[in-house]
Design a protein around this ligand. Structure first.
Ligand code: DX5
Ligand code: ZN
Length: 214
């Protein structure tokens, strides 16, 4: 199981120190929640911060684009050098084209699905995907309550992936903590995103190790 701390719950006034700590505590990826105040009712951060994080840290970066026009941002994120990009099914008109563009840049390409979006919506292009991000909250904010409907979506996706794309990674994001992590692993999750659960701990290695050793 890979653990991707969402930096949304980190201390933005002491970010370098906080990210150093979470990386030293065993994070596998850093999950970057990019919000535009349009697709979701919140604003976070963009290129300047991601570029700084890239220059400062070697850890793989996982950009979760909760923005209306993700296609405008893909070439810049490629130039900065992120390893994963997920775009939302609900906001992209030409999903397959955008996935191809992300992959053309050598970046792992994923589709993120809101809680109400069926997993079957990615089946036609499942063979072209590196990962799918199942949202277990409605996107926009950290610290929300986990929606159990994500479990059956993960299981459904895992079954389809076994047949069509066994290398597909399943990432789950929102309200993840020790009370749901084992069920998520059993359903088929490969990457757990966790924000408030990790960053509310005094010692980040405690929640990270608990999530890694279910
Ligand atoms: C929600 C974001 C999540 C969020 C996770 O829109 O995509 O990545 O920061 O935070 P927690 O783990 O606190 O739900
Ligand atoms: Zn996210």
């Amino acid at each position: 199981m890979k653990i991707a701390p969402s930096i949304l719950s980190a201390d933005f006034l002491d970010l370098e120190h906080d990210l150093s700590k979470v990386i030293a505590s065993g994070a596998d990826l850093l999950h970057l929640d990019v919000m535009d105040g349009h697709f979701v009712p919140n604003l976070t951060f963009g290129y300047p911060l991601i570029k700084k994080i890239r220059h400062r840290f070697d850890i793989p970066l996982d950009a979760h684009l909760m923005i209306t026009n993700p296609e405008l941002f893909i070439p810049v994120l490629a130039e900065i050098g992120v390893e994963y990009i997920s775009i939302h099914q609900e906001t992209v008109h030409h999903l397959h084209r955008q996935i191809q563009i992300i992959k053309y840049h050598g970046i792992k390409a994923g589709i993120a699905l809101n809680p109400a979006t069926p997993v079957s919506s990615v089946f036609p292009i499942i063979e072209d995907l590196d990962f799918v991000l199942i949202m277990s909250v409605n996107p926009g904010f950290g610290g929300q309550i986990f929606l159990p409907l994500a479990l059956r979506k993960i299981a459904e996706l895992k079954a389809k992936a076994a047949e069509m794309n066994p290398a597909l990674l399943i990432e789950v994001d929102g309200g993840v903590n020790l009370t749901n992590a084992l069920s998520l692993q059993k359903a088929g999750a490969d990457i757990l995103v966790a924000g408030s659960y990790i960053f509310s701990a005094d010692d980040y290695s405690v929640p990270i190790n608990l999530l890694k050793n279910l």
